[in-house]
Write a protein that binds this ligand. Structure first.
Ligand code: ZN
Length: 420
């Protein structure tokens, strides 16, 4: 995962254009995703697919021709989606178009201007403050022209057409945690899912430009939307902070319960939050006209770590162990979604004799039952058709995997019957 992030980091991505497309092509080498193109000007819900942005070079050069701000050194130096400009101007005029962070004078901010055509540069405050007065050559060699919005879509079929949606934004330039971490963990999760011997759900991964990408997808997939049973937006999953899960708008969707359960049993520090209509693409999936069961899975949320949307959200911020732990929790969440279900105890009058069936230790008298035997009793008692296995795991305070294992053993003995 860290290697993928390192590979993608230098690319200048945006909500459209070659950087985004190249990113998707590199993902295509790892997983069989389809790259979709939606033409500029296409109406999508209340929005219009914008012009495609191409950027070849951008710099500010002093009177000697020396580049004092240089896009070739970092994709963050150009205001993302900048209109082209080629002009000599005094520093006083240029300053209106320079974005800096006075509180972090060595960091370069990440700024965009997607829906208002303008131009600009982002630079370290210390560098801008040190610029002598005088004339500067200002060059942004970019194009805003009709083209397409690109996004990546990977579908891993399951035994049913019910779907789990995994969505991450792929429009940020050289920023590592937000959101190359989400992309890398999603790719790793896709690998894990593709390798499962069987899947109940069909998994759909979207690698999209933020906001306009999810709006475009929602506008163009009316037949798929009703099949989405669970969904997660992945973002900022590589930093050293604890987990933060933002519930779906519904607040108590099965995915919300599955994530809460997986986090509780992960032993990792975590916080659960209710939905707010701000953040990532869950805003679109959870808009009232869709109200999909989609939550947002993060470590430190957007805007809550100092490096957010700056050049300090770099490769050093993303830790392999954090990526691995994020993937581990996602695997546990998927295991709950895949494995949950309702069952009926076929021998509900009195406890069935488990020892005779090899399910129960022969030595009695211990003060505490081993987890598995305890789980057998829980599953038998509450498999009345009204409680799902996740309900039982929650009530018993046992990890879902233990309850699922007990249900498998009971089902194999004919003591449980799956309900539709
Ligand atoms: Zn962001």
């Amino acid at each position: 995962m860290k290697a993928l992030i390192t590979d993608l980091y230098p690319i200048c991505r945006s909500i459209t254009g070659e950087g985004l497309r190249e990113t998707l092509r590199r993902l295509q080498r790892l997983v069989p995703l389809d790259i979709r193109e939606v033409a500029s000007g296409t109406q999508v819900l209340d929005w219009t697919v914008p012009k495609e942005w191409s950027i070849r070079d951008a710099y500010v050069a002093d009177a000697t021709g020396k580049r004092v701000i240089d896009f070739k050194k970092s994709s963050l130096h150009v205001l993302n989606y900048s209109a082209p400009i080629r002009k000599r101007m005094p520093l006083a005029d240029l300053r209106d178009h320079l974005h800096t962070l006075p509180d972090h004078p060595d960091w370069v901010p990440y700024r965009t201007s997607y829906y208002k055509e303008t131009w600009g540069f982002c630079a370290a405050h210390r560098v801008v403050e040190a610029l002598p007065a005088g004339d500067y050559d200002v060059v942004i060699d970019s194009t805003l022209a009709p083209g397409a919005l690109s996004y990546g879509e990977l579908v891993i079929p399951g035994s049913t057409t019910d779907e789990v949606l995994i969505s991450c934004h792929a429009c940020h330039p050289s920023l590592a945690n937000d959101n190359l971490s989400g992309i890398a963990v999603a790719v790793a999760l896709a690998d894990v899912l593709a390798a499962l011997p069987k899947r109940r759900f069909t998994y759909r991964f979207l690698f999209i430009p933020g906001t306009i990408g999810s709006i475009t997808w929602l506008a163009t997939h009316p037949d798929t939307i009703p099949r989405i049973r669970h969904g997660l937006v992945l973002s900022c999953v590589g930093d050293g902070g604890g987990f933060t899960y933002k519930r779906s708008r519904r607040g108590n969707a099965p995915v919300d319960r599955a994530v809460a359960h997986a986090l509780r049993h992960s032993r990792a520090a975590h916080t659960l939050r209710d939905f707010v209509p701000y953040g990532y693409d869950e805003r679109q999936y959870c808009s009232p006209g869709f109200d999909l069961p989609v939550g947002c899975f993060m470590r430190t949320p957007n805007g809550e770590y100092p490096e957010y949307h700056t050049s300090a959200d770099n490769l050093d911020l993303v830790r392999p162990a954090a990526l691995e732990e994020s993937l581990g929790v996602l695997r546990a969440i998927v295991a709950v979604l895949e494995g949950d279900g309702r069952y009926r105890n076929t021998s509900p009058k009195g406890e069935p004799q488990l020892g005779r069936r090899g399910l129960y230790g022969s030595t009695g008298g211990a003060a505490h039952l081993p987890g598995f035997e305890f789980a057998l009793l829980w599953v038998l008692n509450f498999s009345d058709g009204a409680h799902s296995l996740l309900d039982i795991a929650e009530r018993a305070g046992l990890p879902f995997a233990t309850i699922r294992g007990a249900a498998d053993a009971l089902e194999a003995q004919g003591l449980l019957e799956a309900l539709p």
